[in-house]
Each structure stands twice: as structure tokens, then as C-alpha cells.
Design a protein around this ligand. Sequence first.
Ligand code: F6R
Length: 233
Amino acid sequence: MEIIRVKDAQAGGEKAFELIKAGMDKGIQTLGLATGSTPIPLYRQMTGSDLDFSNMTSINLDEYVGLGVEDEQSYRHFMNDNLFDQKPFKETFVPNGKAENLEAECQRYDAIIDAHPVDIQILGIGRNGHIGFNEPGADLNGTTAVVNLTESTIEANKRFFDKVEDVPTKAISMGIASIMKGKQIILMAFGEDKAEAIYGMVKGPVTNHVPASALQNHDDVIVIVDDAAAAKL
Ligand code: F6R
């Protein structure tokens, strides 16, 4: 793993943007994207740039079960709002959290991932070391699946909802094996809340107790961190 230390989240977003721009100059076609607070500075760089994404495809990591584009807290809504409405892509994929048959939706999503190999996968990391919604205990060889969110993730994500009871308890998430298919992975983490997870990911053993530690087995991972997130390294 290559570790790049930056001053703050803004500088981290700028760095990730440079890497995406360099990739696009070389002709990459597909970005794997994440939601949450972490990639917002990157998406601001993208929307504020003159880069043209209209030939690009994007594949998002996850979506809450039961939420759709009309729900402000859905990840599809987040992506449209923070990126796609301002910078149209050729195609954008987010799991359908309202699919009637969730198992079939997971299979459909894996077929999408196989048809559109991800060139650069953007990731954040949960305080408990999750990537996507692959929580501690996840199968490191898993593909897209319906997953139960842990208490700590529900607690961390309640800030986007009126009350904690409104946070969905399940999500559809790309699995660790699906994420590992990305040719290059850029994981960003900012703030002291992420220090323990970053330590486990970089220095700890590869274990499903810290799902992000699986990235040690990928040969092109760039970790962009501020000093607070890197404090335990
Ligand atoms: C989001 C996702 C999650 C987040 C993680 C960090 O699509 O898959 O793994 O990256 O929960 O969230 P933030 O960035 O809000 O701290």
C-alpha cells in the first residue's frame, strides 16, 4: 500500500482528483464510487473541473435496502446530488435498494461489475474497518450481497436521518472480492475517528475482523490520510 499524507480532507480530495484526472488522460473508462462524508471534497473537485465524464461509467459500492432515488438519504440521491446532476456520466450504477427480489439484484449487480471492470475504485472506511458495507465478520471472498449493518455503523450514519430508528438496518453492498477486482484502489480517511481502522488496515493482520485489511492483498492501493487518521501508523 502506498500511503499519501495530506493536510486535510480538502487536500485529500484534490490528490484523489489528480489521480482520477491522470487515469482519464490515459483512457480509463470506469470509476468505482463511494458515498459518505469522505469523498465529498473529491466530488466538489470533479464538479468544479472542466473534465468531461460523459464517456465514463460509474459503479457505486452500496445502497440502503428500502430506499430509492426519491429518499434524500438514499445513496442514489446522494450521488445524483453531489456529482451526477452536475457532471453527467455515460452510465451510472447504484444497487437498487427497492428491488423486489434482492438476491436477483445482487446477481444483476455482479454481472454489471464484470461487464464494466473498475479502473479506479474510490473507498472510504468505517470506524470499525468496514469498506462498502462489509462489516467485521464479512466474508473476504464475498461478492455483492444483502448485509446487516452493525450498531456502530447505524450510530455513525444516523447523522443523515431524523432519528436513529429511521436508519435502515440492511444494505446491498459490493463484496470484498468485488471491490478487490478494481484495478487501482484509492482509499481516503480523515480525522481521528478513523485512526484505529487505518492502523488495522495497514499494520494489522489480514482478518475479517477488519474487512479493509483484505486490501493488503491488492497490489495497487493508494491510501490518502490526514495526520489524525494516520496517528497510529
Ligand atoms: C459508502 C460506504 C462506506 C463509507 C464509510 C465511511 O458508500 O461504502 O463504507 O465509505 O462508512 O463513511 P464516511 O465517509 O461518512 O466517514
